[in-house]
Write a new protein. Sequence first.
Length: 309
Amino acid sequence: MTGQKDIEQIPPDQIYLEAMRAFHVGGTQFGVSVELSDEYRERGRSYLLLVDFNGSQARFDIVLQLENQMLSHISTSPRDHVLLEVGGLTHFLRGTAHTTARAPEPFFHKLFLPPGGPLFTYGEDGCVCRFEAGEWHPIKPLVSAFLRTMHGPSASQLHVAGDHGTLLRLVGDSWRQIPLDFNRSIQAIHVSGDGTVSIGCEDGFCFEYRDSELKQIKAPDSDFMSICDFQGARYWGDNDFGLFVQDDRKLKKFRALGFAYAMQPSDELLVVTGWKEVFVFDGSTWSGFEFGYDGHLYIQAIDMTKRYL
């Protein structure tokens, strides 16, 4: 996406809108990234928003607007955000300060920040960079696979996964490959403190890897996009039903959200990103908000007693 043409040149009913990531940053506030594009994703606009949502009403302020595609973002507080723009340009927003750093080639498409840092970016050709001393530093690749997901409860337990059954663990400054003996694309991983790696793939292929043993998790025939722990339970998000909860090594339907692309937990809330929607779960009650575009970006609360039941 080049951003050479303005999004206003496209009729509103031909605009494709997608909520990309959402983070609870304290109280009633959420950091949310949203993208507008045309049918062919040749032109568009991205927003980083600070949303105030009290469960029944929602409003937003624009933190940053880009005439380009925003590939990934992380919000850690109402004043601290990092964004990855297509082309490898990373934006760091700290209060009123705005700095940038460009990752080296090749294509990077996601960011991950383990507790305590540092920040990582990853993408094609098995490439990962670590952000240190104000610059991106490449970690020597071990494989050539496209990397799709990264997780770890700390930098010392960092794992990255992707195409062709690729699963790698970072040991110091180098990668160690974990042999899984399957060739499927891994879309989501979650690493527990005890070292258990939960693995979500397409077509309902889900696994747990621990102590050099791979065990299959019984799941529906769906593509699993996200995995997250919240309040003692493990949740799995897919691209068809929504949210599942893990019971032993079986996934059970939990909430019909339609699509659970990404999940981010805070101490108080689980935040689930769908297509245009952001769903909020406090352990017992659901609420949510959704975006629309009619020539202007707008937001409205979702009545979860009538929809997504």
